[in-house]
Design a protein around this ligand. Structure first.
Ligand code: F6R
Length: 364
């Protein structure tokens, strides 16, 4: 059932073009306005609170950028395990979005129940039809990733981002924040994402660039992932993937925070993975790379074609297709998934069933 792949994780990584594309088409009806998004009055919200755990939480951190930029709705993001114990400010004008692949994560369900008690509207972004979260929410937006078997989440994440991006454009349009043309332009860019991921994965299959870089670094004891803006959460997600399946200590940081502490960790033995694709913070990331270079860190850079500044500074390069900055997380996470996968595989670990972890965490 692994379809010729060695593990579910690599199979699911390669399924992402299909999964993202299915998530777009599966959500088209409400997005276009052909059917209502049941129970949701888009003009009635003063704030959004996102609750989630793990990889789904990282999707939430990126969605905050979507909702604030495209819908102009103040957005907070919490770990569900924190939210449920922090007496959040919630009222009838609060939209609480629970992001959960399984729909069964105990902390996320508890956060939803608390929000409900306080009078919020509840929307679940979920991959499993009929799961508890989908039954308890007022509204459900499904991701169409298909069953995710690997404990390390991959296609659930990219499809969550896809669905949340669509929701933010929809809210923006319905609120009068975005003009129809801008919604259409941004939607067309989203439609191109599956083929961009497909192109990247096809090239990797032939050339094995990420695999070769993984071979250089699989004996590392630590790794640092750095990014800014929408790609800061991608740094967190890259680090989480590496930790959970390869058991290598890894940290994700916003690269502008480095000089406030983590730069002390850097020496020639620590790989530093920079997300340095084009966008509003490109030059800022380049200067952060200079700081690492000055301390002899080994730089692995995710970059777009024709990025001479990054090419010059980096020791290893992973080229990814260019997409709009807000969509870049969906593309940029893919090489980081592959990097973690190959490292874990080189170390001989059970990639699909990492130690101490369960696919869905149904206890607190
Ligand atoms: C990481 C991973 C976990 C889950 C988290 C939430 O690869 O799979 O961090 O993302 O346990 O699970 P869901 O989304 O099912 O609520």
């Amino acid at each position: 059932e692994k379809g010729g792949y060695k593990h579910f994780m690599i199979k699911e990584i390669y399924e992402q073009p299909r999964a993202v594309s299915d998530t777009i088409s599966g959500n088209m009806a409400w997005f276009k306005g052909d059917v209502p998004l049941e129970g949701i009055d888009p003009t009635s919200f003063e704030r959004i609170q996102i609750v989630a755990c793990g990889t789904s939480f990282h999707a939430g951190l990126i969605a905050k950028f979507f909702f604030e930029n495209f819908s102009q709705i103040l957005t907070e993001v919490d770990y569900a395990s924190e939210y449920r114990y922090r007496n959040p400010v919630v009222n009838g004008k609060t939209l609480v979005i629970a992001i959960t692949q399984s729909g069964e994560t105990a902390d996320t369900l508890a956060a939803m129940r608390l929000a409900r008690k306080k009078g919020a509207k509840l929307l679940a972004v979920c991959n499993v039809i009929g799961s508890t979260a989908t039954r308890e929410a007022d509204t459900v937006i499904y991701t169409y990733a298909g069953p995710e078997i690997s404990v390390a989440s991959t296609k659930a994440f990219t499809t969550q981002l896809t669905a949340l991006y669509m929701l933010s454009l929809w809210l923006g349009r319905e609120n009068g924040v975005l003009k129809e043309e801008e919604v259409n332009a941004r939607f067309s860019q989203l439609m191109e994402v599956p083929s961009k991921i497909e192109y990247f994965l096809g090239r990797e299959k032939k050339e094995g660039n990420v695999k070769n870089i993984a071979l250089e670094f699989y004996r590392s004891k630590d790794a640092l992932y750095l990014g800014r803006h929408v790609n800061y959460p991608i740094a967190l997600e890259g680090a989480l993937k590496l930790k959970e399946i390869s058991y290598i200590h890894a940290e994700g940081y916003p690269s502008g925070e480095m000089k406030h502490g983590p730069i002390a960790l850097i020496d020639e033995s620590v790989p530093v993975i920079f997300i340095a694709t084009k966008g509003s913070v490109y030059e800022k990331v380049v200067s952060n790379m200079e700081e690492v270079k000055a301390r002899k860190g080994k730089i692995i850079a995710l970059l777009n074609p024709s990025s001479p500044e990054v090419e010059r500074i980096s020791d290893f390069k992973i080229e990814v297709p260019e997409v709009d900055e807000f969509l870049s997380p969906i593309v940029n996470v893919v090489p980081l998934q592959l990097f973690a996968y190959y490292i874990a595989d080189f170390l001989g670990y059970d990639v699909d069933q990492p130690r101490n972890l369960a696919k869905s965490v149904t206890v607190e």
